[in-house]
Design a protein around this ligand. Structure first.
Ligand SMILES: C[S@@+](CC[C@H](N)C(=O)[O-])C[C@H]1O[C@@H](n2cnc3c(N)ncnc32)[C@H](O)[C@@H]1O
Length: 228
């Protein structure tokens, strides 16, 4: 891993995990995204686009690949997958998923299957997918380690995993602000101060590359391999 990427991880590893006043719960996440669904594309579409494109590109989907998109949301990234790969998108918000269904219909994405399902505990068999993507989801679930474990369980050994997310900022001033906001994660629908090592140090994930993405590189694309 290049030196600047190691520094990016190292500088964030020492950040403490805080307990928040309004923590994320399954119910608070569902409520937040049911509310956000009608305005989600308008609020986040442009801002998240580059990271979505890069995450999909990093997984290099091809014909016959079984791909899982966890927290597929309104389906903003669905058009970018290879048309002959078999894409499954799951989400816990019916309204977000409903919008993704419209995208599938509008673009004739017959290779896409969408399901209402909790990504922390799916019904898929072990080693089912070749590649798994989680775009802007790891800081949204109440239990990120459970999400990562489940992604690894259903991804084949040696399979590729792409995660795009904002992680706790290494700059102390920005970090302090993020920690304050993180008290209201339950209201916002995401944790503003998730330490990056919750992913990079996750057991069984071999991180190959970290790449800053989106405006000012405030988000990070993590390209990893599933080690079993
Ligand atoms: C910030 S949005 C990201 C949507 C999409 N990945 C994108 O790039 O625009 C987070 C999504 O994750 C979904 N989500 C949150 N917790 C989830 C869970 N436990 N299982 C499945 N989806 C979940 C939310 O409903 C929401 O649609």
């Amino acid at each position: 891993m290049p030196a600047n990427e190691s520094t990016l991880i190292a500088s964030r590893e020492t950040l403490p995990i805080r307990h928040h006043r309004q923590p994320l719960t399954h119910a608070s996440v569902v409520t937040a995204y049911q509310r956000l669904a009608p305005v989600y594309d308008w609020m986040f579409g442009a801002c998240f686009r580059a990271g979505q494109r890069k995450a999909v590109e990093s997984l290099a989907s091809g014909p016959g690949d079984r791909i899982l998109e966890v927290g597929v949301g309104t389906g903003l990234a669905l058009r970018h997958w290879h048309r002959e790969s078999k894409v499954t998108g799951i989400d816990i918000s019916e309204r977000m998923l409903h919008r993704a269904m419209k995208v599938r219909h509008r673009h004739g994405l017959h290779n896409v299957d969408l399901r209402l399902m909790d990504a922390q505990s799916t019904g898929f068999p072990d080693n089912h997918f070749d590649k798994v993507a989680a775009m802007y989801v790891v800081s949204v679930v109440p239990n990120p380690p459970a999400l990562l474990r489940e992604m690894r369980r259903i991804c084949k050994p040696g399979g590729k995993i792409a995660i795009v997310n904002h992680f706790a900022h290494p700059n102390p001033t920005v970090n302090r602000m993020e920690q304050r906001l993180a008290n209201y994660a339950g209201l916002l629908g995401f944790n503003t101060a998730l330490p990056i090592d919750q992913v990079t140090k996750s057991e069984g994930l071999r991180v190959h590359r970290l790449q800053p993405v989106n405006w000012g590189g405030y988000w990070t694309l993590i390209e990893a391999e599933n080690i079993k």
